[in-house]
Each structure stands twice: as structure tokens, then as C-alpha cells.
Design a protein around this ligand. Sequence first.
Ligand code: GTP
Ligand code: MG
Length: 419
Amino acid sequence: MFVDTVTIRARAGSGGAGVSSFLRRKGLPKGKPNGGSGGRGGDVVLVADPNVPTLLTFDRHPVWKAPSGTHGEGDLRHGKRGDDLELPVPLGTTVYDGSTLIGDLVEPGQRLVVARGGKGGRGNASFVSPDRRAPTFAEQGEYGEEVEVRLELKLVADAALIGYPNAGKSTLISRVSAAKPKIADYPFTTLTPNLGVATVGGREIVMADIPGLIEGAASGKGLGHEFLRHTERARALVVLLDPSPLQTDSLDRQLEVLLAELNEHDPALARRPRIVAISKSELLGDAVAEVPRIATHRISALTGEGLDELMFAVAEAVDRAERAAPEREGFVLHRPLRDEFTVRQDGGEWVVEGIAAVRAVNLSDLTDPDAAAFVNERLVRSGIVDRLREAGATPGDDVRIGSIVFTFDPDPEAVEEMQ
Ligand SMILES: Nc1nc2c(ncn2[C@@H]2O[C@H](COP(=O)(O)OP(=O)(O)OP(=O)(O)O)[C@@H](O)[C@H]2O)c(=O)[nH]1
Ligand SMILES: [Mg+2]
């Protein structure tokens, strides 16, 4: 089965919690803080892999989770980080977050982190400072990112075969490569693209046999719409015209329709180097007058006529295109982390959301006075207090971050001191 679009949910691992722990010794009444930090959660990473033919795995398993980090322990032992979850995807996989293209994986080994693991929480030993010698609080781990992304496979082929249904595309690819597609005397035999590797003068040419195109394919008719995009990456196109009496459209008309569909799908496709060939040439007989002049090749997969010449021409067109635009590197969008925080009013309270907000309050025990002071410090430093004030919050208002509600009480002096 050929699967070329899927939507997956990926959840990165959460960070492990830091712990609060003390080494008790004689002469140290409170003990020395020695709580270790939690390990980071694993990322979910897509990795382009030439051995993966389709996105089938993701159709069957749309949900993936990377392991979380483990928590820290006393004696300054830190938690283990969660392993990254690497998901192999076919070469030519494009990745969308909503309508934003965030990656195009075409080089073997190219990687795209789709969900970032949560940071581990720090243990109480990390919070020791001159005026806080024995902190009793520790940080909780951060949640791993959870995302939904759409994967779309666009085959990476050197040349793509374009033609009406039944034109002989599959037969041709079966003659020039080891591909064994289904061949039959009815239209739409090929329902999913086939890739074949042809060897031409010592060079390998990857050819794609895609399902037949009919008039209106670019706007969704037949199967063409779904598969036209597999031609997008081809360096050269081979247009096959079918002279068989079963084909009702003339060769000229076939060419006209095919080029119009390519153009409608993507005008760049209509400008792509192309070779026009008449298939089933042994059926042509003397009907030379009917052959469009632009058709430079006549081939017969049945008799073998013209196949070598065609493949040399294809190799040459691919070479030329490669020299003109050698790079086909794909890309990975490096995005900033999502919004640090946002402030909005909801009913009678202020709601602060976002990663910086969650970070500010993610301590193990907020009832601890030390911890409360530390949270205050962070709310000021991260700019959340300023933003609340700008938005119109006044002392005494309720502020909610996640499940925690506290009273807005900015102490101007304390704020000055900390800045
Ligand atoms: N006479 C003759 N028939 C051919 C030749 N090449 C292919 N055919 C026949 O044409 C019919 C269609 O061939 P396919 O290769 O399945 O055509 P296709 O373009 O892949 O068709 P779809 O997959 O439906 O788009 C089959 O009956 C083939 O045997 C040829 O060179 N000469
Ligand atoms: Mg076919």
C-alpha cells in the first residue's frame, strides 16, 4: 500500500522532577542541600531514510511518544535524560504545522525535531545562594511539547512519466528498470506511483510512473490531482502520447490536455525540461501526418523500438537540469520557541499562559516561603509582572497560571531591588 499523506501526533518526553534533599551531618543543623536535578525529556525527531518507501507506518500508528526523563535523587544524583524518539520517514517528506511548511527532508539523514522534550527540574542544591543557604524547594520537570503535524510525501525522482491512462507508462518503466508494476488494458491500472531505477550509460536514473492524467486532473478529476505533486520534484518529464485507436483523443489533443494540467497544477512544471514520445509506435503504421512535430521520440515497449534513444535523451535532460540547478537540499525551519507567555483577562481574573509562565511557578512546594519568594522573583524577571501591570492589573487582583491562583501584589521596592 502506498500512503503519501498522514497526520501524526507527537509528544515529546517530559522532564524529570528535581528533588529536595539534605545531607545531615553533625554541626549542620539544617543539613546541606544535595537534591539532584531531573533528566530532560526526549525529543521526537523525523529522520529522512532512503530505506523507507512510504508513510504507511504512520497511517497505522499516528501517535508517537518519546520517553520522559527520570527524576533526580539525593546525593546530587541527576536523573537520566529520555532518549530521543527517531522516526524514519521517506526521502521527499514535507512536514506541515497547520499551513506552515516546517521541513522538507530530502537528504538521507536530514533531521527535523517536531516536538521538543521538556527540561528537567532542578534540585534544591541548584537554588543555593548567599541569601538562601538551605532552599527546601525543587523544580518540577517541564511537560514535553505535544504537536500535530501533517506529513506529505513528494517522491524524489529524476524523471516522471506523464500520460493519459493506458498510454503505456507502466509498461515502459517495466522495460527500462526492474520495477514490476501492474499492467493492463484498461485505464487507471496504476493507482499509486511506482519508482524504477534505470541504468543509462553507467548512470542511474530514478523514474516515477504515476497514475494516468485526464482532463481536469489538476482540479481533482480522476487520480491525477493526488499524484500530480509527485511530478513536482522531477528534474525532467517524459510525456507519453498514446496512438492506440482505443484512445479517443488525438495525439495533439493529448499533448494539449497534459500540458494544460501540468500548468494548472504548477506553472513551473510546464516549464520543466520535457521529452515528448509516442508510445506503442508499432501501431502507428504510416500515420505519420498525425504525429505532433514536437514528439521527438517514438517508442514501443512491445518491440523495444526507440527505448535506448529515449533513455539517453532522458539522462541528458536530467544532467542538464542538474547542472543548471544542482542543489536539491531540502530545508528545516528553525523556529523560535512558542510564545514565551501571554496575558489575558478572563472573567474576574488575569490568566497568564505560555512556557515562561509555567516555568515561573513549577516548583514542588509553593507553600514553602522560600519557594514563594523565588516564584515572585521569577515573575518579575520574566517580565510577567510588568506585563500584568501594563495590562491593567492592580494589587489584589487574582492571577491564574495553570492551576495556581495567587493575588497580584507587586511590591515596588522588592521589584526595584531585583532589577
Ligand atoms: N501495442 C502495444 N501495446 C502496449 C505497448 N505498451 C503498452 N501497451 C499496452 O497498453 C495497455 C496499457 O499499458 P499500461 O502500461 O498499463 O498503461 P499505463 O499508462 O500505465 O496505464 P494506467 O496505469 O492506467 O495509467 C496494456 O494493455 C499494455 O499491454 C506497446 O508498446 N505496444
Ligand atoms: Mg500504469
